[in-house]
Design a protein around this ligand. Structure first.
Ligand SMILES: Cc1ncc(COP(=O)(O)O)c(C=O)c1O
Length: 407
């Protein structure tokens, strides 16, 4: 037995991905982290490439991944309870660190309870498995993250039980409601808080208003769900995310510990009943080992930092550097999508030019991601810059100077 025949078939399948422009490039390998010093923020080294790189393609918005307090918390938890849980949650794989993180994140987002997952991806899949049934209709934004869409597929949502509204278009959301069949018992409206390719955000207050208008049509009501993976920790006056920014809180909040909080893992925060149902029904929670205690301890510490003076300072620096970068793009006459989020897209609107600019930045020691068709529609080719709290004023000046050279 061998995979020879399968390998041959896969060659053909991967070739067609490449022809469609959907193949992923080879992965670069980070070999080292160089801590910030004076006017220089953190730098990274890469396998097989000379020099040091500044990352503007990291989701670690508060730059907590290398924070000494997180590392110590992970270290202490590991020494206390080991590197792995030994089993799934319901077979004595639940440690005090898991419970503590669940209580801490629920309190942070202002919900009665929460369950943690290995990632936001598996959280979305778990939620769909928990609250979806044959009488559920799902409504989502056209630009929702892959994990929301995959969750709906895994839970078997039929095509006549879902509606997709044009990005942030409230008129179109109303159309989706008008199309819901009368025998539907519950409607779930689900959307990203921050849209990660664009850095813009969902108008949560207006979405909730429209949902309220429809609430009484359905036996189990209308349930609003935000996946705020790019907002939580990085957005809003105290880092509570897009609900804080928009002044309106959905019924269920999904998020990640792997972006602003700098660690790993995801969560669902909601009512006690929804969270207990997640524990009973979400296969992506039940049948897989949980996060390590090290991850939990580090994520709990990240939340403590967010709620401290230090956290507010990090948030302030994140905002200041984001403003500096956004204003710099305007001064260079470059186009972006306005907004306060640290995801700042530079709209290049041309594939070859996008690739050349990404290469130029790489040669100058700047890591960014270029987005071309079919990841984004033709004409929306762009470079995604992500600012973080450890970037310094001179880091941003340097990146803008690199852009000016190619402009
Ligand atoms: C909206 C959204 N949800 C979920 C995820 C996945 O997060 P995680 O890495 O925790 O699975 C991402 C990451 O890109 C995201 O942007």
């Amino acid at each position: 037995m061998s995979t020879e025949k399968l390998d041959a078939a896969l060659v053909a399948e991967l070739k067609s991905l490449e022809e469609e422009g959907r193949a992923k490039p080879p992965e670069r390998v980070i070999t080292g982290y160089i801590p910030p010093k004076d006017e220089r923020g953190p730098r990274y080294t890469l396998a097989g490439v000379d020099g040091e790189f500044i990352r503007l393609n990291s989701n670690s918005y508060l730059s907590l991944s290398n924070h000494s307090a997180l590392i110590s918390a992970a270290d202490e938890a590991t020494h206390a309870c080991g590197v792995g849980p030994g089993a799934v949650r319901f077979i004595d794989g639940t440690f005090s660190y898991h419970k503590k993180l669940e209580e801490r994140i629920a309190a942070f987002v202002g919900k009665p309870a929460a369950k943690i997952f290995n990632s936001a991806y598996t959280s979305n899949c778990g939620l769909a498995l928990t609250i979806g049934n044959r009488k559920t209709h799902w409504i989502g934004d056209q630009l929702n993250h892959n994990s929301i869409i995959r969750g709906m597929r895994i839970s078997g949502v039929p095509s006549n039980h879902k509606g997709i509204f044009a990005h942030n278009d409230m008129g179109d959301l109303r159309r989706c409601f008008a199309e819901v069949a009368d025998d539907i018992e519950r409607v779930v409206v689900i959307f990203d808080g921050i849209f990660s390719m664009r850095g813009d955000f969902a108008p949560i207050d207006r979405i909730i208003e429209i949902c309220k208008e429809n609430e009484n049509r359905f036996r189990d009501g209308v349930i609003t769900v935000v996946d705020d993976s790019h907002g939580i920790g990085a957005y809003g006056d105290t880092g509570r995310g897009t609900p804080e920014h928009a002044g309106a809180v959905p019924d269920i909040i999904i998020g990640t510990f792997g972006k602003a909080f700098g660690v790993n893992g995801g969560f669902i925060a909601a009512s006690e009943m929804v969270v207990e149902a997640v524990r009973q029904k979400a296969d992506t929670y039940i049948y897989t080992n949980p996060l390590s205690v090290a991850d939990c301890a580090a994520a709990t510490k990240a939340l403590d930092i967010c709620d401290s003076e230090e956290g507010l300072e990090l948030l302030a620096n994140l905002k200041n550097r984001t403003t500096q970068f956004r204003e710099g793009l305007v001064d260079l006459g470059l186009e972006s999508i306005p907004g306060p989020h640290p995801v700042v897209p530079l709209m290049v609107r041309d594939t070859t030019k996008t690739r050349r600019m990404v290469e130029h930045l790489f040669n100058k020691g700047v890591l960014v991601v270029g987005l071309t068709f079919p990841v984004v529609p033709r004409g929306d080719e762009s470079i995604r810059f992500q600012i973080n709290a450890a970037h310094t004023r001179s880091d941003i000046e340097y990146v803008l100077a690199c852009l000016a050279e190619k402009n």
